[in-house]
Design a protein around this ligand. Structure first.
Ligand SMILES: [Fe+2]
Length: 386
């Protein structure tokens, strides 16, 4: 999102259309609104008004089909081995999505030379013991470890669950527009660590050495030390790890118009956008639409992680991973939308907590990820359809 396409004010209308795109769909009964977009939801777009629901295909075949994984069944080697690694699920040249379920203090220090690492803490508490100082973690934390930072994870208990987003390009904050410097969060709330060496003696292998496992070209290069490599007593500069909790992120909302996903972005490179859909009152003005139309987001593969909450009271399995490749349509089925809409009153709050990652280049799923593919199609059944 560093490079913003220029907004086009040239809009043509042909045939039967709503007076305003995305507003008052009930004015065209029996017609389905369908959005074709470029550059996420920031580029040129067209709303089409159709006689049929574009998601209602009878059969779909090929690689570009929605994928839904049960993340609770994933077992990275770090779940049972303190010297183990996270499990990679999806990747492309711009980065990857992995899962870590680390259950004990690491017997090595980690460093990534391939890219930045953004840990999202789904479950567990503990500490990222970094060379810049310790960063305590809890559910809902984003912990950003820039490329090259050396760290070890020290969980408080055995039950931890991290989603790791890796980007080869430097990950910065997304600029989501003129909402003021303290919206959607106050940058002063970033937790920035101070050196605090405790000489706990962890981070050693069975031979008593301190290995530093450097992720390099997709593999690992390891350097072995006779002293703890996390030994800085001070640091200064503008490159450092930090954390931010989603509870401090206050979504930009509107009662009259649905804010598109780009309005919920948090981090970005030029090809990857990370954001969150967090609890917020749904649009409730009489002609406002609380849900996006069926759409094709043609310049991004959409990835979604379910952290917590419900889909307006409908339980959702936590730690679910969904990948929606560009090309085929997706969105809430009209019947589900109609049912949900009945329950929406002014002030109705959607309590879901999703983390999304949009990828400009298509993602490849690993065999380990595909092994946990759910039967059925959650998206077409009405779950996670942002
Ligand atoms: Fe979407």
């Amino acid at each position: 999102m560093e490079i913003r396409p220029m907004r086009s004010w040239i809009h043509h209308r042909r045939g039967e259309v709503l007076r305003q795109g995305g507003v008052g769909r009930s004015a065209m009964p029996g017609v389905y609104e369908d959005m074709l977009t470029r550059h996420g939801f920031e580029g040129r777009d067209a709303y089409l008004y159709r006689r049929h629901e574009s998601t209602a295909w009878k059969r779909a075949e090929g690689a570009g089909i929605h994928l839904d994984l049960d993340g609770r069944l994933l077992e990275p080697t770090d779940l049972t081995d303190a010297g183990g690694n996270p499990l990679r699920l999806f990747y492309n040249p711009d980065g990857a999505v992995s899962v870590s379920r680390r259950s004990a203090n690491m017997t090595y220090s980690a460093r990534n030379a391939d890219g930045d690492e953004l840990y999202f803490v789904h479950k567990g508490t503990g500490t990222f013991y970094t060379e810049f100082g310790p960063i305590p973690y809890e559910p809902g934390d984003y912990v950003l470890l820039p490329k090259g930072v050396t760290y070890r994870i020290r969980p408080t208990g055995p039950d931890n669950y991290f989603m790791i987003i890796e980007t080869t390009e430097e990950l910065g904050f997304a600029d989501i527009g003129p909402h003021g410097r303290r919206a959607p969060f106050d940058p002063g709330l970033l937790y920035v660590p101070s050196p605090e060496l405790d000489d706990l003696g962890d981070g050693r292998n069975q031979d008593g050495e301190w290995p530093v496992r450097v992720k390099y070209q997709g593999g690992f290069t390891t350097a072995y030390y006779d002293f703890d490599p996390i030994d800085a007593i001070g640091w200064s500069g503008d490159l450092f790890p930090f954390k931010l909790n989603i509870r401090d992120f206050r979504p930009i909302t509107s009662d009259r118009i649905h804010i598109m996903p780009s309005g919920h972005a948090v981090f970005a490179t030029s090809t990857v956008v990370v954001g969150n859909y967090l609890p917020r009152p749904l649009e409730s003005a009489p002609d406002a639409e609380p849900f996006p139309p069926i759409h094709r987001n043609m310049d991004y593969d959409e990835f979604l992680f379910t952290h917590a909450g419900t889909a307006l009271g409908v339980p959702m399995p936590p730690a679910s991973f969904a990948l929606t490749p560009r090309g085929l349509h997706h969105g809430l089925p009209a019947k589900v939308e109609e049912e949900l809409r009945k329950g929406i009153k002014p002030g109705t709050v959607a309590d879901f907590e999703f983390i999304f990652v949009d990828w400009a280049h298509s993602l490849v799923a690993t065999p380990e990820a595909l092994a946990q593919k759910r039967a059925g199609d959650q998206l077409r059944e009405g779950v996670a359809a942002q």
